[in-house]
Design a protein around this ligand. Structure first.
Ligand code: PLP
Length: 426
């Protein structure tokens, strides 16, 4: 459910005609619906209201400060994967006690910044990382609360690039080694193993793998308890899928019910506050709350193939090129006439630069606007300057008002920080 709908034969973002926005801000532009963002966050968070829980929005899905502020105001925490994301969430006003830090390659500087900020948990993904963390914590005389991110060997059967919880993936610690790593961590004076963590992948469209993970984690929590290690946080990661085309992912309510059922009567931990569930949703919150609007530059025929060339390319939205993913494409003001099979492509010098292939679309002419739907997650946050293209603007729509929440880059942004060495006079 989202608030990009047709009124009087034009696609609107909430109360605003998209052609008006495009005229004011230019294209390509990412549009986010405030009402949709709030609705999705609340739908997810409230689904778990019967359980002590913390919804830590996964920042990498879309890291614009305005969105982070919205989720923070709604009571959300954050799942970060870099020092840059830590900087962002603190800048957005996040409560450090609601931040968890995931990632296989945290640097010493990132670990130090996280400890100084006083975040809730670092999700440790290897023994060498544990050792580095222990040294940093000792040097700073700060106690580090950690979870271990475990690799449970469960394949959620989404795209291979979106699978993170099998032994072929680089993520986490083999679940078979879990007891020994916790034992090791418990002996470190500045380390407090307080949580257990998993993240098995993304765009998961079934409850089953989540329940399978939870069963394994429950079992471990009980065994750790018997070893005298008290787990207060159980982190199930993110990964709940959305509808891009014809997928029917479970509603958060269904997910929460399955989790609640599995946790009913579970007293695996004698932690005074009981166990707090941590969830790290990204895509399911922002995915369908954002669209990418582009303008058709040209259409042409090469051999028997028809191409529609737009001013948005793979640098703006890489998902089709990277994952062969499907995004619905809708003309903002559809023309009458027969639908035709076309490739919708960008201006970049790569054959992988497409937004859709062999897609049946109504007639499109130069100057027409198209909306690339479901672009709120892993859209702008994965965009780049490839081909020296300034990155798109981002706009937040609220009713019939809008705010540019990231201005379109200008050519000077493209060379910021670059230096031509002395002696290379023109
Ligand atoms: C990417 C990621 C998430 C969010 O995944 P979604 O599929 O967007 O929900 C959560 N946790 C971790 C550790 C991640 O890497």
């Amino acid at each position: 459910m989202h608030y990009f709908q047709f009124h009087r034969r034009e696609l609107h973002a909430e109360g605003l005609p998209i052609s008006r926005l495009a005229k004011a801000v230019g294209t390509p532009v990412y549009l986010y619906s405030h009402q949709t963002l709030v609705r999705h966050f609340n739908a997810f968070d409230r689904a778990f209201s019967a359980l002590p829980h913390l919804t830590c929005y996964s920042v990498k899905a879309n890291s614009n400060l305005a969105l982070l502020r919205i989720f923070s105001r709604l009571g959300g925490g954050f799942d970060i994967v870099s020092g840059g994301e830590l900087f962002r969430v603190l800048r957005a006003g996040a409560d450090p006690r609601r931040i968890v830090f995931s990632g296989v390659g945290k640097t010493e500087a990132e670990i130090e910044a996280a400890l100084r900020a006083g975040i809730l948990l670092l999700n440790v993904e290897s023994i060498p990382e544990l050792e580095l963390l222990s040294r940093v914590a000792r040097r700073l005389k700060l106690r580090a609360r950690i979870s271990f991110r475990l690799n449970p060997d469960i394949n959620p059967r989404s795209h291979p690039y979106l699978t993170t919880g099998t032994p072929e993936n680089k993520f986490g610690i083999d679940i078979k080694e879990a007891l020994s790593v916790y034992r090791r961590a418990a002996r470190l004076p500045y380390v407090e193993p307080a949580g257990i963590d998993c993240h098995i992948g993304s765009q998961i469209t079934s409850i089953r793998p989540f329940v399978a993970v939870l069963k394994k984690l429950k079992n471990l929590v009980s065994r750790l308890q018997r070893m005298g290690i008290c787990i207060s946080y159980l982190d199930l990661g993110g990964g709940l899928g959305i509808t891009y085309r014809d997928e029917s992912p479970p509603h958060p309510d269904e997910y929460a019910r399955a989790v609640g059922k599995e946790l009913r009567g579970f007293s695996g931990s004698q932690s005074p506050g009981g166990i707090t569930l941590i969830l790290e949703p990204g895509r399911v919150i922002v995915g369908n709350a954002g669209i990418l609007v582009a303008r058709v530059l040209y259409s042409k025929k090469v051999g028997r193939k028809e191409f529609v060339i737009t001013d948005a390319g793979m640098n703006d939205l890489i998902r089709p090129a990277l994952y062969d993913s499907y995004h619905e494409i809708i003309p903002v003001r559809p023309r009458g006439g027969p639908r035709k099979k076309v490739d919708v492509v960008g201006p970049i010098c790569e054959s992988g630069d497409f937004l859709a292939r062999d897609r049946k679309l109504p007639p499109l002419k130069a100057g027409d606007l198209i909306a690339i739907m479901g672009a709120g997650a892993y859209g702008f946050s994965m965009s780049s300057n490839y081909n020296s293209r300034p990155r798109a603007a981002e706009v937040l729509v609220r009713g019939n008002r809008f705010t540019v929440i990231r201005r379109r880059e200008i050519p000077a942004d493209l060379v910021r920080g670059e230096v031509i060495p002395r002696g290379l006079d023109p």
